[in-house]
Write a protein that binds this ligand. Sequence first.
Ligand SMILES: Cc1cc2nc3c(=O)[nH]c(=O)nc-3n(C[C@H](O)[C@H](O)[C@H](O)COP(=O)(O)OP(=O)(O)OC[C@H]3O[C@@H](n4cnc5c(N)ncnc54)[C@H](O)[C@@H]3O)c2cc1C
Length: 370
Amino acid sequence: MTDVIIVGAGPAGASLAIALGRRGFEVELYDQATFPRDKPCGEGLLPAGVGVLRALELTDAVAGRPLTGVRYHLTGGSVRSGFGTGDGALAPHGLGQKRIHLDATLWAAAARTRGVRATSGARADGLLHERGRVTGVVVDGQPCRARLVVAADGSSSKLRRKLGLEHVARPRRVGIRAHFRRARDMRPLSDIEIFLCRGYELYVTPLPNDEILVAALAHEDAARGDLRGGFERWVAREPLLRHWLEGAIQTSELMGRAPLVSSSRGPEPPGLILLGDAAASVDPVTAGGLSLALLGADVLAQHACALLTGSVLARRRFERARDQAVRVHRWLGAGVLALAGRPRLAELARRGFSAYPGAMQPFVALAGGA
Ligand SMILES: Cc1cc2nc3c(=O)[nH]c(=O)nc-3n(C[C@H](O)[C@H](O)[C@H](O)COP(=O)(O)OP(=O)(O)OC[C@H]3O[C@@H](n4cnc5c(N)ncnc54)[C@H](O)[C@@H]3O)c2cc1C
């Protein structure tokens, strides 16, 4: 019997497979997609996620554009903070990298890791249960057994739904993104730029090769059923964003996701662990999802020996670490969205952060994973 079956080879599942394989475990990794595959995302990886990639010695392969901090544009002005203190190579930094490249790099690294059997184009349809325990999955109609099953199958996790554990946050939020290659003579960007507007947010991530990603996030009803139209209208309303896009060429189709935020409504049964977005997806307005996926995988790998013996204590420790990181982003995200919906409060916050520039840093460092 295999040690661990992982369903889903996004950042959570693929990085877990690499970490477990390198620790000597036997792993089967399944993904319904074939790589490279694209997916809607803001593509900004925070310093905590970069730290996990560094520990896996994958930062060179992932490459990406270094990100130095976050700037919020609100009520006609802006406030900015770096990710933390430190000089040169020691300064914490994020990375902007396209998902099509990031995920393909992680998949390739997982597939060549000793002990990992990676199969793409393979869909998990259900779970195997014995005596109240999950003992495996059904992949393309075939039963596959393991000592531990990890469902890392994303925010609309089929395995979580099969267990009746799906919970979607209300009001529902939606997101859409496109890539643009900017004109060569434009000043390069190095921060994640977030425009907090009434009813929606725009999100810009600098990427390699003069590209940027522009995403729009909104409550479902803000786009009145036309998220693509909303995206174009909202971008056109921001003079600074319009300026950044002067002479730019759109390099990808608009791609969206709904709902943005979901989680598990209860604990998983023994034998199964939910990881990454399948455990809980956070609002992209704090750019935390990728880092949470990578951090969750890192913690799981550290506890793997004890988890495979069925240790309840190890499971509690793992769940506490996984869920606490999610709570930090939920809390920060709720704060940012509260400002987006209340112009007076936003104006006060902007003035406060402008008057005391250091006051924003702890929040950005916390989001970044300090
Ligand atoms: C608009 C938007 C903007 C975002 N911006 C950011 C950002 O800037 N920064 C950030 O950190 N996060 C951002 N996120 C969140 C980020 O995309 C997710 O948190 C991240 O993808 C979670 O990784 P994961 O590995 O858990 O799941 P996923 O990346 O969703 O991977 C799940 C994998 O499971 C596979 N799968 C699904 N079902 C099955 C099945 N039944 N059988 C086999 N395989 C299956 C899928 O093919 C997929 O490869 C954003 C999300 C959206 C929608």
